[in-house]
Write a protein that binds this ligand. Structure first.
Ligand code: NDP
Length: 371
C-alpha cells in the first residue's frame, strides 16, 4: 500500500492536497510505474505522423510496456525527423506503398493506425495480412460492415485488433464505472453526453466526406455514444436522431455539423446526446441513477478529467491518457489482459452499428431498432 501511496503522490501534485483514494485496481498502476520493469515490451510502429500520431509518440516515451520502434508515413521529411528524435532505424521506416514488407520485420510487433478515418479499413487489413497486431484509431471504420471485415481479417490472420479508446483506461472514468457496478448509483435511469468543438479550416480532411466518412459524429460525437454505453453499462436497443446545419457551405452533403441522438436501453434507461462541430466548451457527461449521480466536465478531453458524484469529488489522479493506454494495450496484446471496458475490434463495431442507426434515423426520421 505504501508503494501505491508513493506512486500516487509522485504522479499528481494536486493529489498531494487531496485525500488519496485508491486508483482503480483495474489498472495495476503501481506495478508498472513504481518499480523497474523488465518484462515483455510491445514494439510499435505508428502509421500516420499527424497531430494525434505525434501526441501518441510523445506519450509512449513514458510507457513501460510499449515502445515506439517504427514509422509508416507518406511524408519523407517527417520520417527523417522521427528517425532522429526517436532513434528509429531506417529498416523500420516504411511508406504507404511498401509497408506490406513489414511482414518480414521481426523487430515490430504491432502497428498503430492513426490516419484519416476512411483509410483505416484497407490499412488495417493490410497490416493484419502482414501478420502484425493492429491498434486503430476511432472510428474503427466508416460503417459496421467495414468494421466487421476488419475484425474478420484480423481473426483470420491470427492477430489482435484494438481500437484507440483511451477513455477506457482513464482513472476517474473507471471509478464511476466501478461505482455503477457496485450499485452505488442504484438503477441507472439517464445519461447525457455532450461532445463538440468549433472546427476551423474548412479544407481539412475532417470536413471531406471521402476521407472522414461523415462529420462531427464520426469524430467527436463517438465519445458521447461510446460513453453512453460504458456509463450506462448496457447496449442500446433503439435510436432516434435529428440533425441541424447552420452552414451548408462548410458542412457539405454527408458531413454532419450537429446531431442530437437519443438511445434506449433494455433496462428502460435512456441517453440524450449532442455531437457538434459548431460549439465550444462542450465536453460533459451526466449519469443519473435512483440513488445517486456522476457528472464529469471535461469528460473525454485529454484531461485532467474533472468530476464528482453524489459522494463527492472524483480525486483519482490525472495521468497522460495515451501513456496508460499504450501500457494497458501492450498488456492486452502480450499477456491477454482483460480490460474493464473492452477495446477490441468488436467494441469498435458495436459503436459503428449504433452510428449506422443514428445516420439512418436522421435520414428517415424514424425510431431505429438495434438488434
Ligand atoms: P492529422 O490530419 O493531424 O494526421 C493524419 C495523418 O495521416 C497525416 O499527417 C498523414 O501522415 C496521414 N495521412 C495519410 N493519408 C492522408 C490523407 N489522404 N490526408 C491526410 N492525412 C493523411 O489527423 P489526426 O492525427 O488528428 O487524426 C488521425 C486519426 O486519429 C483519425 O482517425 C482521428 O479520428 C483519430 N484521432 C483520435 C484521437 C483520440 O483522442 N483518440 C484524437 C485525434 C484524432 P503522414 O504525413 O505521416 O503520412
Amino acid at each position: 500500500m505504501s508503494s501505491r501511496r508513493d506512486f500516487l503522490q509522485k504522479i499528481s501534485l494536486s493529489a498531494m492536497a487531496l485525500p488519496l483514494l485508491p486508483v482503480s485496481d483495474a489498472l495495476n498502476l503501481e506495478d508498472i510505474y513504481d518499480k523497474p520493469y523488465d518484462g515483455p515490451v510491445l514494439r510499435v510502429a505508428i502509421m500516420g505522423l499527424g497531430s494525434y500520431g505525434t501526441r501518441v509518440a510523445e506519450a509512449m516515451q513514458s510507457s513501460k510496456k510499449a515502445k515506439l520502434v517504427g514509422v509508416i508515413s507518406g511524408t519523407p521529411s517527417k520520417v527523417k525527423e522521427w528517425q532522429t528524435k526517436y532513434n528509429i532505424p531506417a529498416k523500420n521506416s516504411y511508406n504507404y506503398d511498401n509497408f506490406d514488407r513489414i511482414k518480414s520485420n521481426k523487430d515490430i510487433d504491432a502497428v498503430y493506425v492513426i490516419t484519416p478515418n476512411a483509410l483505416h479499413h484497407d490499412q488495417v487489413i493490410r497490416v493484419a495480412k502482414a501478420g502484425k497486431h493492429v491498434i486503430c484509431e476511432k472510428p474503427l471504420a466508416l460503417n459496421a460492415k467495414e468494421g466487421q471485415e476488419m475484425v474478420d481479417a484480423c481473426k483470420q490472420a491470427n492477430v489482435k485488433l484494438l481500437v484507440g479508446y483511451r477513455m477506457h483506461f482513464e482513472p476517474k472514468t473507471l471509478e464511476v464505472i466501478r461505482m455503477r457496478n457496485a450499485g452505488e448509483f442504484g438503477k441507472i435511469s439517464f445519461f447525457q453526453g455532450l461532445c463538440g468543438f468549433r472546427i476551423g479550416d474548412p479544407t481539412q480532411w475532417r470536413l471531406n466526406k471521402e476521407l472522414a466518412g461523415g462529420g462531427s459524429l464520426m469524430d467527436i460525437g463517438i465519445y458521447a455514444l461510446n460513453g453512453s454505453r460504458y456509463m450506462v453499462g448496457e447496449e442500446p436497443v433503439w435510436v432516434t436522431a435529428q440533425e441541424t446545419k447552420t452552414d451548408p457551405q462548410k458542412f457539405k452533403e454527408g458531413v454532419d455539423e450537429t446531431i442530437m441522438f437519443q438511445l434506449g436501453f433494455p433496462s428502460g434507461a435512456v441517453a440524450s446526446c449532442l455531437s457538434t462541430y459548431n460549439m465550444n466548451n462542450l465536453d460533459r457527461f451526466f449519469l443519473n441513477g435512483e440513488k445517486g449521480y456522476a457528472e464529469m466536465q471535461p469528460s473525454t478531453g485529454y484531461g485532467p478529467i474533472k468530476g464528482r458524484t453524489h459522494k463527492g469529488e472524483l480525486t483519482q489522479p490525472h495521468m497522460t491518457h495515451q501513456t496508460v493506454q499504450m501500457d494497458e494495450m501492450a498488456d492486452i496484446i502480450l499477456n491477454g489482459k482483460k480490460p474493464v471496458v473492452p477495446v477490441d475490434g468488436e467494441e469498435g463495431v458495436r459503436d459503428l452499428k449504433v452510428m449506422d442507426a443514428i445516420y439512418e434515423a436522421v435520414k428517415t426520421g424514424n425510431k431505429v431498432a438495434l438488434k
